[in-house]
Design a protein around this ligand. Structure first.
Ligand code: HSE
Length: 434
């Protein structure tokens, strides 16, 4: 039998009531009895801070206030659910809530990826929980598996499709031969994209999630500034079609791995992924995280990474878990940063590359280009040439090389008269043997 030390409901105050927040509030109110039974303590939503008060279906307007501070300072409130997004005033409100001995459930990846250390330190000093399952990959349980289930294992690498908008765009380019800009509009209309789609398209959203997952995987504080980042706005339909002709798909991946010198290499960029890789079959707005650990081997977590209801599912799970801790005067498993590993400079990261370039069609061009690769220590795996009268297009795939070696090679190629244009440089993961 559970021994309850709490003789009143756990009272919840919410900060924000947008797409995600309104789902959470509606479900908290509608399923109150059942969620309370599952948590083992009564759960009650008592206040919701909004910027402007307007009617929202199925939510009692008496719950709304425009005074967010009154929630974080209310001694009757035990648990804050932050779904307002952005850095400020979310950070300031959460820090005030912790100072006032409240646990926090948040979906705010940008805040965690920039100010996580400050928030965790404060919460742990006060004996409070910070739960944030919804911050990475929406409905997919990935934070608790990384923080709790795998705490006894040693993660070596993770690769994730953690942004639904870009995965949707790349899927439609691949399957329907559509241009990037056309599909982006559709993804926005479907509600997958962030308010400013630059956060999705240029990889900032994925970089925040990569930082959070890397910190958990490698027991080190990792911030968004540590993550090397490239988005998908330079990926053309032609790139996608060439990848397809080589049995690959192009995905925006968040990759984090331990290097041989025990540093963390953490990056977000488009990757040509062989179709046999489990992540290659993750289509549309779905997300997936592929984790490699010493004892567990490979694991893959798959599901809906965006949208009101999927994100609300993760938040409600956190609310029940934290409410239970509050009722039992306990806390959950915490983040640890004892390993304090360094972040590997991107120049030292090793990968394979596909390079497409337009060159003059004449004797000696291929030899001269091969010489540039050789001079910079980059070994060529395959070369394909498509001729066009006086010009030819070369598609070259390299063996593993460092980013530094590759950059020097590309710079040298660009400086050659016989090279008209370097159209793309894309990293390759998957079946082509190293
Ligand atoms: N804009 C994000 C995405 C939503 O497309 O995945 C969840 O962070």
């Amino acid at each position: 039998m559970d021994k309850h030390i709490f003789d009143r409901p756990v009272r919840i105050g919410m900060l924000g009531c947008g797409v995600v927040g309104s789902h959470v509030a509606r479900l908290l109110l509608a399923d109150k009895e059942e969620l309370s039974t599952r948590a083992g303590v009564k759960i009650e939503l008592v206040k919701i801070a909004v910027r402007t008060i307007r009617p929202i279906d199925d939510i009692d307007p008496k719950l709304f206030t425009t005074d967010a501070k009154s929630i974080v300072n209310d001694p009757e409130i035990d648990l804050i659910v932050e779904v307002m997004g952005g850095i400020e005033p979310a950070r300031e409100l959460i820090m005030a809530a912790i100072e006032n001995r409240k646990s926090v459930v948040t979906a705010n990846k940008a805040l965690l990826a920039s100010h996580g250390a400050e928030m965790f330190t404060a919460a742990y000093a006060k004996g409070e929980d910070i739960y944030y399952e919804a911050a990475v990959a929406g409905a997919i349980p990935i934070i608790r598996p990384m923080r709790d289930s795998l705490v006894g294992d040693f993660v070596t690498r993770l690769m994730g499709i953690v942004n639904g908008t870009t995965n949707y765009i790349l899927t439609k380019m691949h399957e329907d031969n559509r241009e990037f800009a056309d599909v982006l509009k559709e993804a926005q209309a479907l509600g997958y994209a962030e308010a400013d789609p630059t956060a999705d398209v240029e990889g900032f959203d994925a970089a925040a999630k990569a930082a959070i997952l890397s910190g958990l995987a490698f027991h080190t504080r990792v911030t968004i500034d540590d993550v090397y980042r490239e988005g998908i706005s330079k990926i053309t339909l032609e790139d996608v079609q060439i990848a397809k002709s080589m049995d690959h798909v192009i995905k925006l991946l968040a990759i984090s791995e331990l290097t041989p010198s025990d540093e963390i290499s953490v990056r977000v960029h488009p990757v040509m992924l062989h179709k046999s890789h489990p992540l290659a079959s993750v289509r549309d707005a779905f997300n997936a995280v592929y984790v490699e650990a010493e004892s567990a081997g490979s694991l893959m977590f798959y599901g809906r990474g965006a949208g009101g209801a999927p994100t609300a599912s993760a938040i409600l799970g956190d609310i029940c878990a934290v409410a239970r801790h509050i009722a039992h005067n306990s806390v959950g498993q915490r983040e640890t940063d004892y390993a304090d590993r360094d972040i590997a400079p991107i120049e030292t990261t090793k990968t394979k590359f596909l390079i497409r370039l337009e060159v003059e069609e004449k004797a000696g061009v291929l030899a001269a280009i091969a010489q540039v690769f050789s001079t910079h220590g980059v070994s060529i795996q395959t070369v394909n040439q498509a001729g066009r009268d006086t010009e030819a297009e070369l598609t070259i795939v390299t063996h593993q090389a460092t980013e530094g070696e590759l950059k020097a090679t590309v710079d040298a190629l660009k400086a050659m008269d016989m090279v008209k244009h370097v159209s793309s440089v894309i990293r390759v993961e998957g079946a082509l043997s190293a």
